[in-house]
Ligand binder design. Sequence first.
Ligand code: AHM
Ligand code: MG
Length: 351
Amino acid sequence: MVVPQFKLMTIERHILEQQGRHPEATGRLTNLLYDLALAAKLIARETTRAGIANILGATGDENPHGEIQQKLDVYADQVIFRMNDHTGRVCVMASEEHDELLAIPAHHSPGYYVLIYDPLDGSSNIDVNTSIGTIFAIHRKLTPGDGHGTLADVLQPGSKLVAAAYVIYGSSTMLVYSTGNGVHGFTLDPSVGEFLLSHANIRIPSGGDHYSVNHGYQHAWTEGIARYVRWLQGLDEEKRPPLSQRYVGSLVADFHRTLLRGGVFLYPGTEAKPGGKLRLTYEAQPLAFIAAQAGGYASDGLGDILDIQPSALHQRVPFFVGERELVEKAEWFLREYDHAYLEQYARLRGS
Ligand code: AHM
Ligand code: MG
């Protein structure tokens, strides 16, 4: 038996200490974050037992994007909702798995925060035992009064986020969160059921080795993207050292690697799908918030993801994230070669 030599810090203590720095803190956010950590433990328990419990496979229901839901998606979605529908801390929720807002049931009092979540991202990877994740975004209630939250409370720019977090269910389960005071990562010790601080003050390193994009869509790339990827590969006139390529196809996993190792991840728009695939409120905003807190940058090609005012709940957005220099280079290639596409996308975005 080895006694740990370092200071053991549970996520509960860490959240409490972080909030303790704000004298005006009431403990509501602290408690909401605890609840999310508990939901993450319940989901982790099921994802690691998925094979044994024989709960793999589709339920047959389609989500708003026409995708077949997996059973674990449904479980994760319900666990998060039920964990937060009665606590008096949340005024409204929005889940990537639902078309409409999720109201707090009438017999419970609504609270001060808005919770937006992608319950199980990358769920097509479940059956092949590849990392999947959960993403959370928290806003303050914008509309006045103590009542229920509305669409206006959910559709806020990422720069207004109070906190963001993701959980990666990989070779170990990790929860990474930020309340605007750096980015901190915790690894779940399944034997004691605690998230323990394993990655304090994460900073995206510069000079990362990898770029991450789905090359299967190369035929659809705009000229700017095609040239940018060649630049990343060291194939254009500049002859920079080539980056290696990694793509899991599970956003949380690709983002987590980029956060810890540097480099860049991109899911660009195309002429046929100017907004790409990823969702602004459920995926891009919280991950952009975390990237910025770790010294990185996220863009939709036009500018900072955090500055975008969402116009719809399930709005899609091109997503470039990672080391600032690499993301800004993508913006440069788009400005240089993709005028028509950028105009089309800007109209769609409403700017
Ligand atoms: P999902 O929300 O339906 O799980 O889809 C999102 C996933 C992301 O995790 C990942 O980055 C992306 O889809 C991969 O898409 P593609 O297979 O088109 O590369
Ligand atoms: Mg998703």
